[in-house]
Write a protein of this length. Structure first.
Length: 440
């Protein structure tokens, strides 16, 4: 079987250069992605595995130097090829810690481009088609960031399922990044060129969910003025991600079971079945086993949805991931709100790591987003919410049994009463016999 060609990201604010590069590379069967700005390039990098970056340096707003710094930090094994109109590029590149970087000076020929690309690929260890062990390098996996044991296990499972169409069920608390896991399964695998359709079943009214998922024919219900495909038809050939699947009605569950069994859908109001070929990923923070006991979720559907289960641990159980996550949000919102890189004061991270994060990654993102808006070049402790600054978390060793806590309080009252048990009993509103028993 032939190996797949590398994915190459082209970044230049000159659309004519982009078109020229794309024509040359597509003629050699490389897969290309185009971006006219650094912002657009970062968006593509989030969802797509890129083997080689080809970028200009002189661009408006954010230049190519910042993009090289970003990829050096987050994608250290990615090949990098710079195209520029400045002959002194070697002096400039000497100050950039971006790994091995090849460069081309404009104008260049097709042959010069090919030779520079081949050198980049030869130096790029990640461009080989052997499977890279993502667990031993501190770089994002898709858009998943972290080095904790829990996240490494999640990535191991993604590696197992990404190249097949087994049904995957993702569980975890709200805000832990279940959709990011679903997107990584899709975009890191061999079906990444197909569509990825995300549907929040909890955000669609129950009476509309069936029609939105499976489509409908004209006249199926009031307001159905034409035939319309649903999300399943839109995801054909790719992946559909059904978030909050526990909100689906029993009628929708029955239809979904048919999709899984027969690999076909029937539009609302139609009798005709349409064959589909896609991967189904579902997620919820509800307890589906309890719903099965309460007969609000079908057990036969549950077992078909959970062929592979992936549990995403809460942020409080992977504190070592807070620092790289914070760094990601500082970069993202620093560019978005301030058009520059924003740093974090060294006193901030201990506070973030001390907090228990009931809202998980989503809460961390929101807090840092707010902090960046309130800051200039540096996020300090003053930019954090009061509830976060003065929050104190306790370890298990800080807690004692209720009986022991009660005894400590009684001894404190006795000490205040100079060991007068009668007076202490009155204050505690218990008799002397009960007081003696509680002190044993």
């Amino acid at each position: 079987m032939a190996f797949l060609k590398e994915n190459i990201l082209l970044v230049d604010d000159d659309v004519h250069i982009l078109e020229l590069l794309q024509r040359h590379l597509q003629a050699l069967d490389y897969h290309t992605f185009k971006a006219v700005s650094v912002r657009e390039a970062v968006t593509i990098l989030k969802d797509t595995k890129i083997d080689v970056l080809i970028t200009d340096l002189n661009m408006p707003e954010i230049d190519g130097f910042e993009l090289l710094k970003f990829t050096a930090e987050h994608y250290p094994n990615m090949g990098k090829l710079v195209i520029t109109g400045f002959p002194s590029i070697q002096d400039s590149l000497a100050v950039i810690q971006s790994g091995v970087v090849e460069y081309l000076t404009k104008p260049f020929t097709k042959q010069e481009l090919i030779e520079a690309l081949h050198k980049t690929l030869a130096q790029n260890t990640s461009a080989s088609k052997t499977i890279k062990n993502h667990l031993e390098v501190n770089e994002p996996y898709g858009d998943i960031i972290g080095k904790s044991k829990g996240i490494k296990h999640v990535i191991q499972l993604i590696e197992r399922v990404k190249n097949n169409k087994a049904t995957v069920f993702i569980s975890g608390e709200s805000g832990t990044g279940k959709e990011l896991v679903a997107r990584s399964i899709h975009y890191q695998g061999q079906f990444s060129r197909g569509p990825f359709i995300a549907v929040n079943c909890g955000a669609i009214p129950e009476n509309l969910l069936e029609a939105e998922l499976f489509g409908y024919v004209k006249g199926a219900f009031t307001g159905a003025d034409t035939n319309r495909n649903g999300f399943f038809q839109a995801a054909n050939g790719g992946t559909i991600f059904l978030d909050e699947i526990g909100n689906a009605s029993l009628a929708v569950q029955s239809r979904l079971l048919r999709v899984l069994q027969e690999k076909e859908v029937v539009k609302v109001g139609s009798q005709k079945a349409e064959k589909i070929d896609l991967r189904i990923i579902t997620a919820t923070n509800s307890n589906l086993k309890e719903m099965i006991k309460n007969q609000t979720f079908r057990d036969d559907l549950y077992y078909r949805l959970t062929v592979v289960e992936i549990y995403v641990p809460p942020l409080r159980d992977r504190k070592e991931d807070i620092a790289p996550l914070a760094e990601k949000f500082l970069y993202k919102y620093g560019l978005e709100y301030k058009d520059r890189l924003i740093k974090m004061d060294t006193n901030v991270l201990p506070i973030l790591e001390r907090y228990t994060w009931p809202g998980n990654i989503r809460e961390l993102e929101n807090i840092l987003q707010r902090a960046i808006i309130l800051s200039d070049k540096l996020v300090t402790v003053d930019a954090l919410p009061e509830s976060l600054k003065y929050n104190i978390s306790f370890s298990d060793s800080d807690f004692v049994p209720l009986k022991e806590m009660e005894k400590q309080y009684i001894l404190k009252v006795l000490h205040a009463c100079n060991q007068n048990k009668t007076k202490a009993s009155e204050i505690l509103q218990i008799n002397r016999k009960t007081l003696r028993e509680k002190l044993k």
